[in-house]
Design a protein. Structure first.
Length: 155
């Protein structure tokens, strides 16, 4: 049985629209005279709106949590000079390549990784017993999550 491939694709059209409005207003305001630039005779070709993202996969919440754990471990294991410190960013890159098939999904996974990394970068400046304990707990939670995901959804 193959793993279900359902992905989020909500809000891209709205986001593209919201981002385009300020640009159009700013372009009209340029020139210093208050007049807009002369229009060309041909209307500009518009790009079709991006296709909406598919609905979220049933394992998305766990995948986002796993991304956050990998981010925390990337910081903590490097801080404590663990031998596997360089593996965590590589693991996240592999996860992004495997699961980040749409720009929105890739952004959510990368955002979760960054939250995990930054959360501990704000807390720890040097390796402490508490930092080592947090890393140990994250490794255990990450193992549980990855085994659960693999057993429930394949892969």
């Amino acid at each position: 049985m193959t793993k279900p491939r359902l992905f989020l694709r909500s809000g891209l059209c709205l986001l593209a629209f919201l981002m385009a409005v300020p640009v159009a207003e700013a372009q009209q305001g340029r020139g210093g005279t208050g007049r807009s630039a002369p229009r060309s005779e041909k209307p500009a070709e518009k790009e079709p709106p991006p296709a909406p993202e598919p609905p979220p996969a049933p394992y998305d919440r766990d995948l986002l949590r796993l991304s956050e754990i990998i981010g925390a471990l990337a910081f903590l294991r490097d801080l404590c000079a663990a031998p596997d410190a360089g593996q965590w960013p590589v693991r996240m890159k592999a996860l992004l390549e495997a699961e980040g098939v749409t720009p929105g999904r890739r952004d959510r996974l990368a955002g979760a990784y960054n939250r995990g990394y930054r959360g501990y970068a704000l807390t720890y400046r040097v390796c402490t017993p508490s930092a080592r304990e947090a890393a140990t707990r994250f490794v255990a939670e990450g193992e549980r999550l990855s085994h659960s995901l693999a057993s429930r959804f394949g892969g």
